[in-house]
Design a protein around this ligand. Sequence first.
Ligand SMILES: [Zn+2]
Length: 564
Amino acid sequence: MKCAERTGDYTERETVDFVRPEVRSRLGSREASAVHLRNTYSRSLETFVPLTPGRVTMYTCGPTVYSFAHIGNFRSFLFADVLRRVLERRGLVVHQVMNITDVGHMTEDHLADATGEDKLAKAARELGSDPFAVAAHFESEFVRDATSLRLRIYQGGEANDRALHPRATEYVPQMLVMVKRLVDRGFAYLDTSGQVYFEIAKFPGYGALSGKQIDQLESGARVAVREEKRDPRDFALWKVDAKHLMQWDASEVGFGRGFPGWHIECSAMAKALLGDTIDIHTGGDDNIFPHHECELAQSCCADDITTPAPDGGAPRVTFARYWIHGRHLLVDGKKMSKRDGTFFTVRDLLVPSGDVAKKLATEGFTSGVPAAVLRLALISSHHGHQLNFTFDLLAQASATVTRLQSLYDRLRETAGDGPVAIEGLLAEHLSRFDAALDDDLDMPNALAAVIALVKALNVQQLGPGDSRAALAALEGIDHVLDVLDRSPRSGKVATARIAELADGDADALLAGELDATAIERLVGLRQAAKKRKDFTAADQIRSGLRARGIELEDVADGVRWKRS
Ligand SMILES: [Zn+2]
């Protein structure tokens, strides 16, 4: 495979270019074990200190589920995922919430008082469906992509915890309470239709996050500014539009029948699930204005929020203490474009077809891009810099994953008890890895440290104890990267157990993820087929496994399996 032959040293090349002089000088005098993050709010690098020692609250603006999420969306979700994992590596417990927007996100969302059509309603019209069905469909497709790309919030018990994946439509009562509070406190007002606006003149902090001057803001007057707005730049908290397909009764709080604005959704969900003040709020740079600026205004005015500045300065009016944003992604140096064939969803790359499949095949991806490779490619550059996504980047990421995986497999085979002579070598590389990540998630330098470690270990004579120690180091690194296949490479099913494993549909098992459990069930099904003398079915299972790189061997006391 062409891509596997590359050296994968792109991270080392980037190191030279990437390390900015101010970062270089800081590296010499860094505080031990402290994560530093560039806070959009202060526009400076700050030491991360959670409000509650040992625990972090984190809100990640999630997808609007009107279509498949594209790789640019996932770049943003993945940098938040890496940030979370880095904090966990530092021993912090992270309570992350990532919402699902299923109403109220308008097509013209560059204005605070967004105009246009609800993205869900538009998709429903185009698909000839209803918006709730569209949202449910694309939410489940999103979950599938997020699971493939190993977002931690979609792993284990967190995956099914609704309180970590709130849908906006399920928090309308909380939104109405918050909007009512803003009205009662004099920060918001109603028009005659019962639509509610936030009055920006009442909040002097408006513009502080994005750095926009209030008097330079676009008013949105292009179409027709509703005459009853006190200031054309005021934005709707609660919208009244008889034509909208999703409506909620709001008579209890005195508003018209309508639906929430996109911004109030995140304010209300963050408050309901994480409290008034949260540690970290993440999103893409296109969220800074208007979405996060408006969230900040609403949350602070509803609850008089001021928080201590992270570095001991004057208190700030900001409900999220650290606002961290990822830059957007380019493809082949340009904005993603459907017309140019440079617009990719996750599945366009994992399960490609047509021209994309042909182009990927020339880079060595004959059966699509492995999810771990796409994950690494999307996290490989600094989140604060534009990522230029190319097929060459995928090939380089593939080479890196291959090198890491083959070292990991070798270490796993040779690990055992014994003295450890490589402690110094491991410590040196791990401290480079951690120092880079602590420095505002400097992923290029972190990856350079990983590649250097792989090189160093590949030329060492490793005893069993060394292998065990190196394995632990690699697993620690992979807590952040999560690109390794850590499922067992081989196993044995004892004769006594085989009969009870004959459960399931062989074709479905062979089409799905072949973890150790699935393989054992297939071994059981094959044995059952042999017993009833259905040798065709038994052979089909064996060849199906072989096609997926798994060999079976019948031995005296059972069946052995091994991945090639
Ligand atoms: Zn949001």
